[in-house]
Design a protein around this ligand. Structure first.
Ligand SMILES: [Zn+2]
Length: 377
């Protein structure tokens, strides 16, 4: 380890545990937060979760408004719609409440509220010129880890791409991770988000920015997902297993914010931009193929993953992951999700231009990417 140098950055304060949301009424006044704009989606509202948040906000005596127009793969128009409300209401804290889409939307609204301009102005890495205002992130899924990441991903419908904003300045001030909020997640969402977390753990551990502290998080996250996704798929009310899934998702978020992701995410971002497909499902489809492509460049890491899963070789570990993904009810190939074969080159082109490609352990040419996309078609 004498030649190992790394830094680890995670300034977001994390409150983790079942029932932690119920304490928000104490948290708000202690931080001087009196006006909150909640950014969420209609699914969260109809599941009854928003009511729980509103209860504790009322108890805190804070004034609040709710924007519930977030959609999966949120685009820049949604961000600006929420920003308009923020401009009128002038909240002193933004609350992202929901899955990664709501949390990412809240992050971008926070950038605009703090620095002005248009969402597209901030595409890329370290484009946010300074700190943003207070942001509270409360996930209701277990997968994206967005509550502790430097990333916000939104779609540009004009260019049909998902753009990533990556900056330490957009990290939430506080993350409240209350596994009780995930109990009502439907099975398909549970699976898709869990497979996103699995992809975060595998890709962060094998990225070119991988480091030993992140490895620990990733290995633990992978084990937790393998043990607990089958449990929560069978018994959605299993709070113990749900808590472990929320913890795995949090670990994945901490991992990618320090070590980034790779080609499976590049492909998932391309598919999300062009076809508006669910992020976690796209990640899961691309992950085993990307692992095989990268194998010889990170064999030692893949062996560690394999051992954590009880397999005796790196190849065996990849096979375990492939089979695990197959046990979850998601499509097996891109053509099952309405992707056209004639679009493979276009998907590859968008994937190669995605920032995650830079962190893939094995360099990819556009031809490599095209073959990878074709393999999962
Ligand atoms: Zn992801």
């Amino acid at each position: 380890m004498h030649d190992t140098v790394f830094s680890f950055h995670s300034p977001t304060e994390i409150r983790f545990g079942a029932g932690t949301l119920d304490q928000l009424h104490l948290e708000m006044p202690s931080r001087g937060w009196r006006k909150a704009l909640v950014i969420t989606d209609r699914g969260v509202r109809s599941s009854g979760l928003l009511e729980k948040l509103e209860e504790t906000l009322k108890a805190s005596e804070a004034e609040y408004r709710v924007y519930d127009g977030v959609l999966p793969n949120p685009n820049v128009h949604i961000v600006h719609e929420a920003y308009e409300i923020a401009q009128k209401f002038k909240p002193d804290v933004l609350i992202g409440f929901g899955g990664g889409s709501s949390l990412d939307t809240a992050k971008v609204v926070n950038i605009l509220k703090s620095h002005g301009g248009h969402a597209l102005d901030y595409e890329g890495g370290e484009t946010v010129p300074g700190p943003c205002g207070p942001l509270l992130a409360i996930p209701t899924t277990a997968g994206t880890g967005s509550e502790v990441t430097i990333f916000a991903v939104v779609s540009d419908p004009q260019r049909h791409i998902k753009l990533t904003i990556a900056s330490k300045n957009i990290l939430p001030t506080l993350a409240i991770v209350d596994p009780k909020l995930t109990l009502t997640m439907p099975a398909s969402l549970t699976a898709a988000t869990a497979l996103d977390a699995l992809t975060h753990a595998v890709e962060a551990m094998t990225s070119i920015a991988a480091q030993p502290l992140v490895d620990l998080f990733c290995l633990e996250a992978i084990k937790l997902i393998f043990e607990n996704l089958p449990k929560v798929s069978k018994h959605s009310n299993d709070l113990e297993a749900r808590s472990k899934m929320s913890f795995a998702s949090l670990l994945g978020g901490l991992a990618i914010t320090n070590s980034f992701v790779g080609a499976a995410h590049s492909i998932a971002h391309a598919l999300g931009g062009i076809y508006d497909l669910p992020h976690g499902v796209c990640c899961a489809l691309a992950l085993p193929a990307a692992m095989e492509f990268n194998l010889d460049y990170k064999r030692e890491k893949y062996e560690k993953i394999a051992h954590a899963l009880g397999a005796s070789s790196a190849e065996g570990g990849i096979e375990r992951i492939r089979q695990f993904i197959h046990t979850v009810e998601i499509p097996n190939a891109l053509h099952e999700m309405g992707v056209r074969e004639s679009d493979v080159p276009r998907i590859a082109q968008a994937a190669i231009a995605d920032g995650s490609t830079l962190f893939n352990p094995r360099p990819l040419s556009e031809q490599d990417m095209r073959e990878l996309v074709q393999r999962i078609f």
